[in-house]
Design a protein around this ligand. Structure first.
Ligand code: UTP
Length: 411
């Protein structure tokens, strides 16, 4: 077996020797153990992704069909809603919340779900908003939906503690299950691993696309199967208007004979910075705004509708078979340039003011590629989407509060 010194030398990480020298006995043991357990082959490959220029690949990008929820006839709406309703009432439907993200843009200390949103009539935590909505749905369908919450190594303890402290926001505790996604080391721009103030290698969550693997590895898929769950909604923690139980989306997906579905909203302008649904090389996917050529972003159909106008809002639906399938696949990693503070070799903390490190993430929508079709239901921004991403400006608590209060007729 290679010694840690050999591993560090081979992988151009010898700067870590200084930390090993400076750490106390306990920290040293932990740090060496972490080094010996890193998959450097994988890490070196990931670092290459961030430094090599992206090749513009030959992709065939095409429009994808969608159904507008608000243009369905009354009969069709009810027919689809009834299909969905019967699945929900039979307790074959479950909800998953992705709460493993770091929320760096918002800058809130602690898990994003613990952010208090100053809505009317009383301020509510993001987790509380979700719990309250689900409780209402339970009453509507006379069921207790199983609620799964994905956390990450960074925030799992705090998240579970928070739920306990708040008595699970009155959600039946036995119907909530937490599970934890994986993580990957952060890499500085110069390719070096970084260390935190406790002499631990600094890791970050491996992206919401790792949810599929985490659900398999943590026994969540097995748990769902044992409970007879057939359809699963996966949504984000940071949308104050998230509708987690939409029988029309469920009914549409079942009626179309598809295994996956998603709610979209139309872009507010051709160049809004959001990912949009399309077909790439004949399969459904989401294309980032940065990847969509300008002329394509502006193209409209004969009714004047944007051809690439359906934004992905992290409102996704899967059959259990679809989740089983994706969970066996290896999704690609994307690299993101992030701010990461760290312990310098001289023992001082470097506070990052600008992005200085790469984080590697799998994206949830890369899972769509394993299917030929997806049912897309176009919703409405003012009904379905109040994201909290930034501390101020667009998609901030301020904009989300306005949307939330308007929707709930409370000002
Ligand atoms: P974002 O991609 O917007 O990331 O997450 P974020 O962590 O909230 O914020 P930034 O980019 O650091 O500012 C969209 C959804 O995916 C979840 C988030 O918790 C949010 O619900 N997510 C993201 C995870 O569960 N795990 C991850 O590794 C990343």
């Amino acid at each position: 077996m290679e010694t840690y010194k050999e591993i560090l030398a081979k992988n151009n990480q010898e700067h870590l020797l200084t930390y090993i020298e400076n750490a106390n006995e306990e920290q040293r043991k932990k740090l060496i153990n972490q080094i010996e357990n890193i998959d450097f082959e994988k890490l070196n490959k990931l670092y290459k992704i961030s430094t090599e220029q992206k090749l513009i690949s030959e992709n065939k990008i095409e429009h994808i069909n969608y159904t507008d929820k608000y243009k369905l006839s009354k009969n069709e709406y009810e027919r689809l809603a009834n299909i969905g309703k019967s699945i929900i009432e039979n307790n074959q439907y479950a909800v998953v919340t992705m709460a493993g993200g770091q929320g760096t843009r918002l800058g809130h200390k602690g898990p994003k779900g613990t952010f208090l949103l100053n809505v009317c009539p009383k301020p509510m935590y993001l987790f509380e908003i979700l719990a309250t909505n689900l409780i209402k749905e339970n009453e509507k369908y006379n069921v207790v939906l199983n609620w799964y919450i994905m956390t990450s190594t960074e925030n799992d303890k705090q998240t579970e503690e928070f739920f306990k402290e708040h008595n699970y926001f009155n959600y039946p505790k036995e119907n909530i299950k937490f599970f934890k996604q994986g993580n990957l080391p952060l890499i500085r721009e110069d390719g070096k691993l970084i260390v935190d103030e406790n002499y631990n290698i600094k890791y970050a969550a491996d992206g919401n696309g790792c949810i599929y693997k985490a659900m398999r590895e943590d026994g969540i898929l097995q748990d769902m199967k044992s409970k007879g769950i057939k359809w699963i909604f996966i949504g984000s923690v940071d949308n104050a208007l998230l509708n987690m139980v939409d029988p029309v989306l469920l009914g549409l997906t079942v009626n179309d004979g598809n295994k996956i579905g998603s709610k979209s909203i139309v872009k507010n302008s051709p160049h809004e910075k959001v990912g949009v649904f399309c077909k790439k090389n004949n399969v459904p996917t989401v294309i980032e705004y940065s990847e969509l050529p300008e002329d394509m972003a502006e193209k409209t159909d004969d009714k004047g509708e944007l051809l690439f106008g359906e934004s992905h809002i992290m409102c996704n639906l899967y059959s259990i078979d679809a989740l089983e399938l994706i969970s066996t696949k290896t999704l690609p990693y994307h690299s993101a340039h992030k701010k990461a503070s760290y312990l310098m070799e001289n023992g001082e903390i470097f506070e990052a003011k600008e992005p200085n490190a790469y984080k590697y993430e799998a994206f949830i929508f890369d899972g769509f590629n394993y299917f030929d079709e997806i049912s897309i239901l176009r919703g409405k921004r003012e009904v379905d989407f109040a994201p909290i991403k930034n501390a101020t400006g667009n998609d901030s608590p301020e904009t989300a509060i306005k949307l939330y209060n308007n929707f709930h007729n409370c000002n």
